[in-house]
Design a protein around this ligand. Structure first.
Ligand SMILES: Cc1cc2nc3c(=O)[nH]c(=O)nc-3n(C[C@H](O)[C@H](O)[C@H](O)COP(=O)(O)OP(=O)(O)OC[C@H]3O[C@@H](n4cnc5c(N)ncnc54)[C@H](O)[C@@H]3O)c2cc1C
Length: 343
């Protein structure tokens, strides 16, 4: 374990923001993390756990210790004839974990293919895409208390998962290092009936375009990869952190008033009677789609994705986000809130 000083974080965040960390360290095991917590030099420093840096916006230098999680390993914990519980160390690449599950015919996370980042960050915001969220297959996670170094287990109820939410974003913010994640997946075989989720977005159309008439985990995963690759800007080419804002949820009453003025406003009725409205549509209606502001902008095909065209600072991106937020509030009276973690 090597403690580095004054390190640029540019290559460690997908926005490509060039800020520095006072201290930086990569950990390969829970023991190394505990060693860091005990270290006299840095135990009092402010700490930030970093995964793939794909859901974070640095607006200033980090005056403390950035801990890059590199704890690896995937194992089968238990299995029955129909299900398997797998445990992934937090430093595993999320997409590689999905591919591993697909290759082993374990169903449940194939719709979450190609989401950037590491397994340990997936429960942070209950990652979701194409009708699936991690909470649907979540079994439990192990986390290490940043103050005591003690191991704590969290089950589904403990995590308080919601739409891009969990207890780790609020009550336990920066209090735990999630060290591993266990998922309960379905063994898919010719003997089992497995319900593929293909009703969302363009999944069905893409499957038929690919002539994948016999559904399989691989076919669904490939279709999702194809859709995402064509729709979302690749952070390796243009800095971004995916959707910058969450889709707002408004009351039915507010929706009914708005839809009279904007009859084509897309909407999704929620189980509790509230209505979810796509933030991307609201932002587009405010004229931001494809707009370039200095070194930043809202992407030309996905207004919800804010991008770094080269040398943007985190502050520039944050200022743009605030301008967008304000214009949506003024036009629609709706508050949109960031999904990205702002540091
Ligand atoms: C192109 C693109 C597309 C995306 N699409 C989606 C999508 O479809 N659905 C979706 O939900 N998200 C999406 N995202 C967002 C992002 O990929 C996910 O939120 C991902 O889980 C973040 O993982 P990460 O390892 O990069 O986390 P980071 O950005 O490194 O960290 C995110 C937060 O989690 C904390 N954290 C990270 N690891 C740990 C840990 N082990 N223990 C405790 N805290 C930790 C960090 O301190 C930070 O607050 C997308 C991002 C991009 C760039």
């Amino acid at each position: 374990m090597q403690l580095k000083e004054n390190i640029s974080l540019k290559q460690f965040n997908t926005f490509g923001i060039d800020v520095s960390a006072k201290y930086f360290c990569e950990i390969n095991s829970v023991d190394e993390y505990r060693e860091l917590l005990d270290s006299k030099t840095i135990s009092a420093e402010k700490k930030l756990i970093l995964g793939g840096g794909s859901n974070i916006l640095f607006t200033k230098n980090f005056d403390g210790l950035v801990i890059r999680n590199n704890i690896r390993g995937i194992e089968i914990v238990s299995e029955t004839e129909t299900h398997v519980i797998i445990k992934a160390a937090a430093g595993e690449s999320w997409h590689n974990l999905v591919l591993w599950c697909v290759a082993n015919n374990y169903g449940g996370i194939e719709n979450l293919s190609l989401i950037p980042g590491l397994a340990g960050a997936a429960p942070m915001q209950n990652i979701g895409a194409y009708g699936v969220e991690i909470k649907d297959v979540f079994h439990q996670l192990e986390a290490i208390d940043a103050h005591t170094g003690e191991l704590t287990m969290f089950d589904l109820n403990d995590c308080h998962f919601g739409y891009r939410e969990s207890v780790f974003k609020h009550k336990y913010k920066d209090q735990f290092l999630i060290s591993s994640l266990s998922l309960r997946l379905t063994k898919v075989s010719s003997k089992t009936i497995y319900h593929y989720k293909t009703e969302y977005g363009d999944v069905k159309a893409t499957l038929s375009e690919m002539r994948a008439y016999d559904l399989s985990l691989k076919a669904v995963s490939d279709a999702i990869i194809k859709i995402r690759s064509s729709k979302l800007p690749d952070p390796k080419v243009i800095g971004n952190a995916g959707s910058f804002f969450k889709n707002p949820v408004i009351s039915k009453q507010q929706f009914e008033t708005l839809v009279m003025k904007y009859p084509v406003m897309p909407s999704y009725l929620q189980k509790d009677g509230t209505v979810k409205v796509p933030a991307g549509w609201l932002i587009e209606q405010c004229g931001w789609k494809g707009k370039v502001v200095g070194n930043t902008g809202a992407h030309a095909t996905q207004a919800l994705v804010l991008v770094n065209y080269g040398n943007a600072t985190g502050k520039e991106i944050w200022n743009l986000a605030m301008e967008i937020q304000q214009s949506v509030k003024e036009k629609f009276g709706i508050d949109i809130t960031p999904e990205v973690n702002v540091v």
